[in-house]
Design a binder for this molecule. Structure first.
Ligand code: NAD
Ligand code: IPM
Ligand code: MN
Length: 347
């Protein structure tokens, strides 16, 4: 099976290198890896953040392992050329609309969470984030008001088919877990959210075994910190899911711990940590690679039919943590490579 490896910028190459080492050990010659530039690295090499050859490789591959994109040098480029357009373009071009972001606290990390251990340790949830719509992909621009003042705008919209397909993902994810789905919106203010809520309620008739609740996003942000254990699965839109998943990561100890899968309707997937390119620590060997290693495990489970190998990787991560493996974000001093070594040793 062909794996497209798109390391990207900043700590992206550092963390994907560790995930590839783990996959090589677990899967041997069943996987072939092919790398391509993406993000700021691709822009600097060829003038575009998502070159045609990279997109083509992503389309041909059985699965995609993605690091992170984002480069402060590129922040003043016109938007279409910025590194972030690469990940947005891949999600859209490959119709990867369902983003699964599991958040759980490895018991060994109870002391790493910013929350009290008894609060944080209850977290075991999945955020199902819609990835192809919302304010991310609506019309946007800069214009002048009648009085000549600058005005930026981004249109937020969802149509009912987009809501329905992610609602199904949410309900199915809940069915496979504890059977609780919380739909997060802002229906008290936004029409987009009113449609979202109406459609989720309509679809719920097909899932009588799932207990559905609704929560406004501001309350959800508060509840995630007050009592993260109350959530099983959250289904939400692109922007709210982006924000809530970074927040949930701190219940799990660090943003360096949260993996993700971005899936199309057929099982093709892109796998990446939820964090970004972390320019503040790039090139220093400080990045925690576990989120990317756990993303590789999700890849084996969701796209490659290797559930047993996925479990082995997750157990190895837990074993490494139990053995004291700690990068700086987890309160330790181990380098990115040493963290990878600890997982390999556990395997
Ligand atoms: P970030 O996630 O890159 O970093 C936020 C903070 O978390 C930083 O202090 C960073 O050092 C720390 N951090 C992140 N990952 C870590 C890891 N694995 N180990 C240890 N510490 C880690 O978010 P940001 O600083 O807001 O964004 C930086 C760049 O990344 C921006 O250009 C942004 O657009 C981009 N970004 C890309 C993606 C992606 O490629 N999917 C995701 C988020 C942000
Ligand atoms: C993420 C990132 C991206 C997003 C950016 C880099 C476009 O924050 O993957 O969470 O907002 O989706
Ligand atoms: Mn994000």
């Amino acid at each position: 099976m062909l794996i497209a490896v798109l390391p990207g910028d900043g700590i992206g190459p550092e963390v994907t290198a560790e995930a590839v080492r783990v996959l090589e050990m677990v899967c041997g010659d069943r996987l072939t890896f092919k790398s391509a530039p993406v993000g700021g690295a691709a822009y600097k090499a060829s003038g575009h953040p998502l070159p045609p050859a990279t997109l083509d490789l992503a389309k041909r591959a059985d699965a995609i392992l993605f690091g992170a994109v984002g480069d402060p040098d590129c922040d003043s480029l016109e938007r279409a050329l910025r590194p972030e357009q690469a990940i947005l373009g891949l999600r859209k071009e490959l119709a990867l609309f369902a983003n699964l972001r599991p958040a759980r606290l490895f018991p060994e990390l109870a002391d790493a969470s910013a929350l009290r251990p008894e609060v944080a340790s209850a977290i075991d949830m999945v955020i199902v984030r819609e990835l192809n719509g919302d304010v991310y992909f609506g019309e946007k621009g800069m214009r002048k008001t009648a009085s000549g003042r600058r005005e930026g705008y981004d249109i937020m919209s969802y149509n009912e088919d987009e809501v329905a397909r992610i609602a199904h993902s949410g309900f199915r994810t809940a069915q496979a877990r504890r059977g609780k789905l919380c739909s997060v919106d802002k229906a008290n203010v936004l029409e987009t959210s009113q449609l979202w809520r109406d459609v989720v309620i309509e679809i719920s008739a097909e899932y009588p075994d799932v207990e559905l609740s609704h929560m406004y996003v501001d309350n959800a942000a508060m509840q995630l910190v007050r009592n993260p254990g109350q959530f099983d699965v959250i289904v939400t839109g692109n922007l709210f899911g982006d924000i809530l998943s970074d927040q949930a990561s701190m219940c799990a100890g660090s943003i360096g711990m949260l993996p993700s899968a971005s899936l199309d309707a057929g099982g093709k997937g892109l796998y990446e940590p939820i964090h970004g390119s972390a320019p503040d620590i790039a090139g220093q060997g400080k990045a925690n690679p576990l989120a990317t290693i756990l993303s590789a495990a999700m890849m084996l489970r969701y796209s490659l039919g290797m559930a047993e190998e996925a479990n082995r990787i997750e157990v190895a991560v837990a074993t490494a943590l139990a053995g004291g493996a700690r990068s700086a974000d987890l309160g330790g001093a181990m380098t990115t490579t040493q963290m990878g070594d600890a997982v390999l040793a556990a395997l």
